[in-house]
Design a protein around this ligand. Structure first.
Ligand code: NAP
Length: 281
C-alpha cells in the first residue's frame, strides 16, 4: 500500500511555488500578496492563520493579517474588503471562517472580488468551476486532487465516490473529478447504502466529519482513498476512514494527520500566485 505523504507533497509544492514567486518577482518587479482577515480569538483559527502566514513568508509572498475583535461590526469588515479589492498589492483575500454569528458569512464571501477570492467560495468561482472554466478552487479539494493525480495521472473513466456534499469539500471535489472524466457519485447523510456505493469506487474521497466511518470491507482492492476528515477523539485525531482496516485493501491511502491537511495551506499559496498571474495578463 502506498502511504500518501501529504507533508512531503506539500513541501515539494511549496518549493515549486517559491521558485515561481522568484521568477514572478524578476519579471514584474513585485510579488503576489495574501491578506487574511481574522475575526475573534478562536484558537484553531489563530493557529491556521499563523501557519498560513508562516508558509506565505516561506515561499516569498507578501503576507498580511488584519485582526478584529469578535465584536467588530459587519460594516467595518465589508469596508475593509472593498479597500483590499482595490489595493493592487493584494492578490488574494481570505476571511478566516467561522465568523461570529452577527456577521453574515455569505455577504462577506460575496464582497470579495472573485479575482482575489483565494478560497474559491465566491458564487462566481463556484459557477466557473462547475462550468469547467478557469477559477479559484477551494484549497482542500484542490490538495486532494493533486494528491490523487500523483498516484494516478490518468483518471479518465475511473469510478469515484465522494462522501459528503459540503460546499467546502464534497461539491468542488466532485467537479474536479468530473473535469478529469471520472464517473462520480456524490453521497451524503441520506444515501441509502454507502458501503455498496464505496465498493464500486476506484477512488474514494471521504469528507464527512464522522470518525472512521469508511471501513476496510467498504473498499475494493486497489482503490485510492483520500481522507479529508479531522476528528478529535479520546484516542487522538482520526480521519473519516478506518486507517488500519482500509490500509489492508487500498492501493493508496492518506494518513490523518499528515495527509490532506498539509496540502490545504500549500494550495492557498498556489491560489494566491494564480490570482496574481491572472491579474498580470
Ligand atoms: P460538513 O460541512 O459538516 O459536511 C459533511 C458532509 O457529510 C455533509 O454533506 C453530510 O451530508 C455528509 N454526511 C454526514 N453524515 C454522513 C453519513 N453517515 N454518510 C454519508 N455522508 C454523511 O463537513 P466539511 O466541512 O466538508 O468537513 C468534513 C470533514 O473534513 C471534517 O472532519 C472537517 O474537520 C474536515 N476538514 C478537513 C480539512 C483539511 O484541511 N484536511 C479542511 C476542511 C475540513 P448532508 O449534506 O446530507 O448533511
Amino acid at each position: 500500500m502506498i502511504l500518501i505523504d501529504g507533508k512531503k507533497a506539500a513541501a515539494e509544492l511549496r518549493a515549486e511555488l517559491k521558485e515561481e514567486v522568484a521568477e514572478l518577482k524578476s519579471k514584474h518587479n513585485k510579488v503576489p500578496g495574501l491578506t487574511v482577515i481574522l475575526i475573534g480569538d478562536l484558537t484553531p483559527s489563530q493557529i491556521y492563520v499563523r501557519n498560513k502566514e508562516k508558509s506565505a513568508n516561506e515561499v516569498g509572498l507578501k503576507s498580511e493579517v488584519i485582526k478584529y475583535s469578535d465584536s467588530v461590526e459587519e460594516k467595518t469588515v465589508l469596508e475593509k474588503i472593498q479597500e483590499l479589492n482595490s489595493d493592487e498589492t493584494v492578490s488574494g483575500i481570505l476571511v478566516q471562517l467561522p465568523l461570529p454569528k452577527h456577521i453574515d458569512k455569505q455577504k462577506v464571501i460575496e464582497a470579495i472580488d472573485p479575482s482575489k477570492d483565494v478560497d474559491g467560495f465566491h458564487p462566481m468561482n463556484v459557477g466557473n468551476l462547475s462550468s469547467g472554466y478557469e477559477s479559484s478552487i477551494p484549497c482542500t479539494p484542490l490538495g486532494c486532487y493533486l494528491l490523487i493525480k500523483k498516484i494516478e495521472p490518468n483518471l479518465s473513466g475511473k469510478k469515484a465516490v465522494v462522501v459528503g456534499r459540503s460546499n467546502l469539500n464534497g461539491k468542488p471535489m466532485t467537479q474536479l473529478l468530473l473535469k478529469e472524466n471520472c464517473t462520480v457519485t456524490i453521497t451524503h447523510s441520506k444515501t441509502k447504502d454507502l458501503k455498496a456505493e464505496c465498493l464500486e469506487a476506484d477512488i474514494i474521497v471521504a469528507a464527512v466529519g464522522i470518525p472512521e466511518l469508511v471501513r476496510g470491507d467498504w473498499v475494493k482492492k486497489d482503490a485510492i482513498v483520500i481522507d479529508v476528515g479531522i476528528n478529535k477523539t479520546d484516542n487522538g485525531i482520526v480521519g473519516d476512514v478506518h486507517f488500519d482496516e482500509v490500509s489492508k485493501n487500498a492501493k493508496a491511502l492518506t494518513p490523518v494527520p499528515g495527509g490532506v491537511g498539509p496540502m490545504t495551506i500549500a494550495c492557498l499559496l498556489k491560489n494566491t500566485i494564480d490570482c496574481f498571474k491572472r491579474s498580470q495578463i
